[in-house]
Structure formats: C-alpha cells, structure tokens
Ligand binder design. Sequence first.
Ligand code: GRG
Length: 273
Amino acid sequence: MSTNQTFSEKHLPFVEQELVSFINKHTTNEQLKESMLYSVNAGGKRIRPQLLLAAVSSFHKTVGTGAYQTAAALEMVHTYSLIHDDLPAMDDDDLRRGKPTNHKVYGEATAILAGDALLTMAFQLLSMAQVEMEPKLLLLQLFSKAAGAEGMVSGQAADMQAENKQISVKELAGIHEDKTGKLIEYALISGGILANQPTEVLEMLQTLAGHLGLAFQIRDDLLDVTSTTELLGKETQRDAQLNKSTYPGLLGLAEAKLALDEELIAAERTIDR
Ligand code: GRG
C-alpha cells in the first residue's frame, strides 16, 4: 500500500463496495437497478461518507465494516435526494455532475422509483449493518429524523415554498440547516456514535456540523455564481445572483465570501476547543 494514499483513497473503495454490492444483491428489477446504479456511480464527491469516516477515525477507532455500511446508507439517501430534486416537479434539471439527470436517461417514473428504492434500501442496509444493537437503534432513529419531515424533506419543502419570494438571510439559513445541514450533522454524529463517544462530544460534533454545513452551502452558492458567469457571461451573472435566494444573492459576493470564512474559522475553533 502506498504511503501517500489519502484518507479517501484508503477508505472510500470500501464504501463503494458496500453501495454497489448491496444494490446488486437486493434489487430484483433490472431496469430499476440500472437506474439506481447510474446515479450512485455518477461521480459524487462522497462528502457525507468522508465526514462520517473521518469522525470515526479522529477518535483513533478502527474504521470497520459497520462504519462503511453506515456511510453507504447515508450516501444512498443523499443520492435519492438528488434524483428527486432534479425531477421536473422540483428543480427540473437536465444535468447533474455534468451528466444527464436520472429522469433524462430512464424517464420520470423510473427516476422516482429509483429514489424511493434508494431511500428505503438505506434503512435496510443500516438495519443489517455490523453495528451493535443499541447504537444501531440510535443511528436508525437519528438517520430517519435527519432525512425526513424533521430534517431534509422539510428543508426541501421550505425551499420550494420560498421560490420567487424575498426571504431574509435568517430564513435562508433555516432552510439550509434542514435541507443540507441535517444530513451533514448526521454524518458527524453517527461517526461519534460508532466511535462510542459521550454526549458532550456528540454535542461538539453537532456544533461543528452546523458551521461546516453552512460553509458548504455558502461555497456551493458562490461556485454557482462563478459557473453561471462562465456559462452566461458577466451581464447575466448579476441577474442570476439577484433573482435567487442564495447567500451571494442576499449578501453580495464579498459579504458571502466573508461569511464563508467566518464559518470555517468557527469550525476550526470548535475542533480546537
Ligand atoms: C428531494 C427530499 C428531497 C431533498 C433534496 C439536498 C437536496 C434536498 C437537494 C440538493 C439541492 C442542492 C444542489 C443543494 C446544494 C448543496 C448540495 C446538497 C449539493 C449537492 O451535494 P454534494 O455537493 O453532491 O455533496 P455530490 O454530487 O458531490 O454528491
């Protein structure tokens, strides 16, 4: 094994293996399976699995099969959320990660079902994971909370309702706390749980996740402005920025960059505490 191997190079292949083998083994319908694998293998960054595994490993615990399975389950939910988010009834996107979106390749009905199947399968995988019963039950409870009507789905609903409305920065932060923040929070907290950490450490991980989640969203919004500028040219960039309820849209570019730096500094402080 190379000594220059990065953390993700070392660990992510095991997550990939869990994802692909579970989908292959537990999906009866061939077209549905192909559609699920298409999005799972479409080149996502695996940020949430990396956060989960980094949390486990930061407590000097061996990253084992149970952690890989927990991370794979999390990536399944993330993938389902993107498939559904791209649908005509939601964001109506043709491209994701530079490739045609799931419904563009397989049709709307199959894309909806692939999302449904990945969401359900995530809980099947976690329930079968090599994790002791007590922490596993807690993980299942927190996972459903983070993904569902107390978390990501409510954030998505609030986001849809805010479309074409003028909202405040506070309201925007609230939407993102649920929509993207809750899965990021679960990634870190579940890593802490798998590493048998006490409540005060889990609370620290929650604070850290809050800062990282916001930083992630602001950066995503900033990158969106940059790519929009590249694609559409300077004059339309301003419109794209102002018409959207995003951090650069509400704060302006410079303030949004400052807000990003502040969140990253606060994240570092949380770790150093
Ligand atoms: C449809 C219930 C439901 C929820 C969708 C997370 C979400 C909720 C929608 C995604 C919309 C979006 C593009 C949000 C911006 C931040 C974000 C979550 C980007 C995608 O996450 P990455 O960058 O994706 O981790 P990759 O492609 O790397 O997997």
